[in-house]
Unconditional design. Structure first.
Length: 236
């Protein structure tokens, strides 16, 4: 797993030097703090999310989750996903995706290969999604590595919607990760999902107020949670 992570980091570093080929590089970093946890008090309460464009049709997305930042005053690493995406053509809404999942504990890390479809960027659907101010991506993670028996595959949905007819400060975003053909304990559903839906409102400057509903079917007896938080967005 360490070797894979190092390779991904090397690709990111190398590719940034070619950014002039398809526009200047850009970097977005969002930091979120969730002091109110309604159902699961020890859930993730601090996140760092990164998006970057690096040129050569390469982009990068990651998040890092921590627990205890509010409850204990000591942020402890929980989980991270690192994604490197390559847009195979300027004319096709298709991406190749390499994903490294790093989870607290031993033997939990996974690397996945996937194909992403930017549905809102598909010519036949573009006008429809533009009218809804909706972005929607579907990724098929078809191959897993470093996960014991290497079985299973995953569908990942991501969406983001804005509401300019109501307020340009408001947005709705979220994801659904749907796992298939995994070897799992009997206490976990056969096709478990992990989802988060976030409603955000820009308050002033780059500060946002957030409410988020979470479902994690891998977390037995504590599947659902509702949180309130704040976020600050950095832009370069």
């Amino acid at each position: 797993m360490k070797r894979v992570s190092c390779c991904v980091l090397l690709l990111l570093t190398t590719s940034s030097s070619y950014a002039a080929d398809d526009g200047p590089p850009w970097l977005l970093v969002d930091t979120g703090l969730y002091p109110y946890q309604h159902d699961v008090e020890d859930d993730v309460d601090f996140t760092i999310t990164t998006n970057a464009g690096m040129g050569r049709r390469l982009s990068y997305f990651s998040f890092v989750n921590f627990r205890g930042a509010v409850t204990d005053g000591n942020a402890v690493f929980d989980r991270s996903e690192q994604n490197l995406r390559w847009r195979i053509s300027e004319k096709l809404p298709i991406d190749l995706n390499v994903q490294a999942i790093i989870v607290k504990g031993d033997g939990n890390d996974v690397t996945q290969l996937g194909i992403g479809w930017r549905i809102d960027d598909t010519p036949a659907f573009r006008d429809f999604f533009d009218k809804l101010n909706l972005t929607y991506r579907l990724t098929w993670q078809f191959k897993r590595f470093d996960s014991g028996d290497n079985k299973g595959w995953q569908l990942e949905h991501f969406f983001r919607m804005t509401f300019p007819y109501v307020s340009d400060r408001l947005y709705l975003s979220g994801f659904v990760d749907h796992s298939f053909d995994r070897t799992l304990p009997d206490t976990i559903p056969d096709k478990p999902i992990v989802t988060e839906v976030q409603l955000g409102m820009r308050m002033f400057g780059r500060f946002y107020a957030l409410t988020e509903y979470r479902v994690n079917q891998f977390r037995v007896a504590d599947e659902n949670n509702w949180v309130l938080g704040v976020e600050y967005k950095f832009r370069w």
